[in-house]
Design a protein around this ligand. Sequence first.
Ligand SMILES: [Zn+2]
Length: 253
Amino acid sequence: MELDEQGRKLLSLLVSRLDSATPGRPDTYIGYKECHELLDLPQMREKWGESLKPQGLNSLAEWTVANNLPAITGLIINRLSNEPGPGYFSLFGKQKNPYEWWENEIRKSRSHDWSDYIEECVELNPSDIEVPNNRSDMVVSRIIRDSALSQRVKRLNNYECQICGLSIQVSKKRRYVEAHHIMPLGSPHNGPDVIENMICVCPNHHAMLDYGAIAIDVRKLRKSHGHSISNVFVEHHNENIYGPNMANEEGEG
Ligand SMILES: [Zn+2]
């Protein structure tokens, strides 16, 4: 049995989240609604769990059963109950001690090598990437994290830098780009963690933005469907991060 495209996309998303999931701690898993947002899926039924079923959930779950693979769909939960839908347990025939079995399937999912089944690009965990110490003196603090939002920005921009179009192919199946908060999070800028304040960039352009080495010209940015950048944050960058930096350089002449 072949996994269909929607099932494959959902699997790619789940695999990218395995590193941050702690077996037995559903609050570290992923919500049905979140899956829709991250994969840009429409809400087809009133309940998010029901809506995900025809959009990859059923095909992925049935495929794991048919191939005797770990039941990775247990990573998707209802955020209110902190549990997967009842269909998860019934599909796998687990009515007795389902919680123990569920936790174990997540553990098995984490140690399983899924790379053969994933064709789509998946995220690298930013904690794998070394940040040199000499960047710690940056005036602009960058909070490195791989929030659901930054994953979304990267996906919406097809893992390509919005300034130059570059993306780094780090392996056959993985491309690497970064998400930058235009008005930085944290003091003194206190920018918001919203998609309108984010831009998908290559590491070079990320450093240039962090240091205020370049201004942002919204008209020249590569645009993507579903991701619009707000002018308020761009102006903040140009006036408060790029502007003072350029003024200093001239002064030192
Ligand atoms: Zn770039």
